[in-house]
Design a protein around this ligand. Structure first.
Ligand code: SF4
Ligand code: SF4
Length: 96
């Protein structure tokens, strides 16, 4: 889903790079390629592409990512995606 963006500068996504241990999980679970790795540390490269699904925050082992998640039917779609890829956690429950 790369290239799809939402309203500019409104996403609540926050990344604490000081906490990041470079596991790359956020780059794997994000459906919109919001993160990239720079020198073994995660970095936000497409903030406006974030749909606030919460998958990155749920799967970050060191709570380096914060986002207000669980809004709308996006949570149902992402929960299905997480299940299909055997990735732990779930978000919201409005559409499941
Ligand atoms: S909340 Fe969802 S869309 Fe936003 S950065 Fe995290 S995984 Fe990607
Ligand atoms: S999931 Fe967390 S620890 Fe892993 S690369 Fe992303 S921010 Fe860093």
């Amino acid at each position: 889903m790369k290239g799809f963006t939402y309203l500019r500068n409104v996403a609540t996504l926050k990344l604490d790079q000081e906490k990041c241990i470079g596991c790359e999980m956020c780059t794997e679970v994000c459906p919109h390629q919001v993160f990239t790795m720079v020198d073994k540390t995660a970095a936000i490269v497409e903030l406006d592409a974030c749909m606030e699904c919460g998958a990155c925050s749920i799967n970050c082992p060191v709570t380096a990512i914060q986002v207000d998640s669980g809004v709308g039917c996006a949570s149902g779609l992402i929960n299905e995606w997480l299940k299909e890829h055997n990735i732990g956690g779930s978000i919201g429950d409005c559409c499941t």
